[in-house]
Design a protein around this ligand. Structure first.
Ligand code: FES
Ligand SMILES: [Fe+2]
Length: 321
């Protein structure tokens, strides 16, 4: 448990660990997320798999020098082979495989050009929900994705909570009035619809924002106003101190290509500017289990109740959130 937060930095749920095109067929990548060492590999069948990284034989890291044969990964040290379930299926110099020759297998799904891992304390926590494919994914009416990435000293909880802290939209991001929001909770999905107005270099812009939050690992923000645009945010705990934050952008194409490119660039830059305004606060703030809230503060309490489903009971300190 992190010393800065009264809950684990690694809640249960789906978290993005790589872009699909970072992992070629038969590719192998070391991963360091959730304070753990993992190995990601793609079998010859195209399926991405994740296992604990350290070989149970003598501890080599499968992500550094391991290679894929068919749909298995071979350890770089003495050649033990593991399948996608984590079972050792072959030892080049032995006929008998020790029964304990197993690695933990992590559930994986690939959606929207991204590879997600289901984080949980152990394998008994099977995923109970799925990451959806965006209706706009690979649509020719929308621009190709552009992306930015940050390593932020915070916790995924703080980042998601920020969407519910409506009062900071004015003081930090330049909104000209508090947004009018409606929230809907449905299991791991939390939807927030807001009407806002932001002061920008080209004047006050009115718009609708529709945010869909899928657990702590991903949310989409759809803007509808002068332009239609989507920000797909993925947040992945690196360890108790840091979060890997990636933003993916697309906008609905305008009739003119040059105008599309210009607007897409402005959309991305404005979102990045707003995120960096938040980062400056997140990296130094303290998490208050009992904040002093007042009228107009937004549904922070509601969010914290929803958040509890992602914390294994054993990791949550009494009255932590
Ligand atoms: S350490 Fe992996 S095969 Fe020996
Ligand atoms: Fe913010």
């Amino acid at each position: 448990m992190s010393s800065r937060f009264p809950f684990t930095a690694n809640p249960i749920g789906w978290f993005m660990v790589a872009l699909s095109d970072e992992l070629k067929p038969a590719g192998v990548m070391p991963l360091h997320y959730f304070g753990r060492e993992l190995v990601l590999f793609r079998g010859q069948d195209g399926v991405a798999r994740v296992l604990d990284a350290h070989c149970p034989h003598l501890g080599a890291h499968l992500g550094h020098g391991g290679c894929v044969v068919e749909n298995n990964i071979t350890c770089p040290f003495h050649g033990w082979r593991f399948d996608g379930s984590g079972s050792c299926v072959g030892i080049p110099y032995a006929k008998k495989i020790p029964p304990a020759a197993m690695l933990r297998r992590w559930s994986v799904c690939e959606r929207n050009g991204m590879i997600f891992v289901h984080n949980a304390p152990d394998e008994s926590y099977a995923p109970t929900w799925d990451i959806p494919t965006l209706a706009e994914h690979e649509s020719p009416a929308w621009t190709g994705y552009t992306r930015r990435r940050w390593r932020v000293r915070t916790n995924v909880h703080e980042i998601i909570e920020n969407a519910f802290d409506v009062a900071h939209f004015c003081s930090v991001h330049g909104a000209v009035r508090l947004p009018e929001s409606t929230v809907t909770m449905n299991g791991p999905l939390f939807q927030v619809r807001s009407q806002t107005a932001f002061d920008t270099p080209v004047g006050v812009l009115e718009g609708d924002i529709d945010i869909h939050i899928f657990g702590f690992g991903m949310f989409t923000a759809r803007y509808r106003g002068l332009l239609e645009g989507i920000i797909l945010a993925t947040l992945t705990p690196i360890d108790d101190e840091y979060v890997d934050v990636r933003l993916t952008f697309t906008i609905k194409r305008l009739p003119d290509e040059a105008a599309t490119a210009f607007v897409a660039q402005q959309f991305m830059e404005d979102a990045c500017r707003q995120l960096e305004q938040d980062i400056a606060v997140w990296e130094h703030k303290k998490f208050l289990a009992r904040p002093l809230l007042c009228e107009g503060d937004g549904p922070i309490g509601l969010f914290r109740k929803w958040a509890r489903q992602f914390y294994p009971v054993a990791t949550l300190r009494a009255r932590a959130i």
